[in-house]
Design a protein around this ligand. Sequence first.
Ligand code: ADP
Ligand code: MG
Length: 247
Amino acid sequence: MLLEISGLTKKFGDTPVLKGVDLSIEEGSVVCLVGSSGSGKSTLLRCINLLETPTAGNIVFDGKLISAPDVPAYSVRRQIGMVFQHFNLFPHMTVVRNVMEGPLAVLKLSTIEARRIAMEQLQKVGLDDRADDKPTSLSGGQRQRVAIARALAMRPRLMLFDEPTSALDPELVGEVLNVMKALADEGMTMIAVTHEMSFAARVANKMVMLDKGRIVEEAAPHDFLSNPKTERAKAFLRHFEWLPSPI
Ligand code: ADP
Ligand code: MG
């Protein structure tokens, strides 16, 4: 297992938000995490890359207990990339300079080496021709692809996606999902919070549903989507229209 989470609990003040989450992720697999708003999905991802400190429980990544208090967050974040709903690119920097930032600032690579890696990743997301443009000249879908390239430039072993397409115009969703699918096909280990159910059906190895801070169902996509076992998952899935896949 690349990632093993056990008994993960997170409280904000007295309010429990994660209530004992156990989850294992195999290297090279894709997990899609679903659940209604406020169920704890973002908090779970944020605990994994130490943007939040767990209240209790263990997170073991690549055999190492990363939830221990003495583990520096930067050492974890250089191996676990995260892409958020909003891309947070630096507007005053060119596209390629945004992607170079991690390799320069964190990996301390030379400008030439950082640029080489950045161009490689931009090519992967199909935006090497926009390298010298400012992010403001790009569409939302293109910006999100730059954000993915930026995370990939750190050569992570695990990628976390937190609703990467939910702020995009519908016609821009497909290009981002395509990049994610290509990444999955290359063998990247990924946890994606997404409600793009047709994407999940095609790409995920496992779907996990969180409800009120607990995993209520964990199953292969086909089983989860067409034959959910819990009443909670059944009720949740009724809210989704079955549209043709955008990819
Ligand atoms: P989801 O991503 O599934 O919508 P979140 O993990 O963002 O859920 O939030 C779960 C719950 O934790 C929500 O009730 C939210 O208000 C609360 N929460 C999240 N972050 C904080 C915080 N920094 N301080 C206090 N409460 C928080
Ligand atoms: Mg969230």
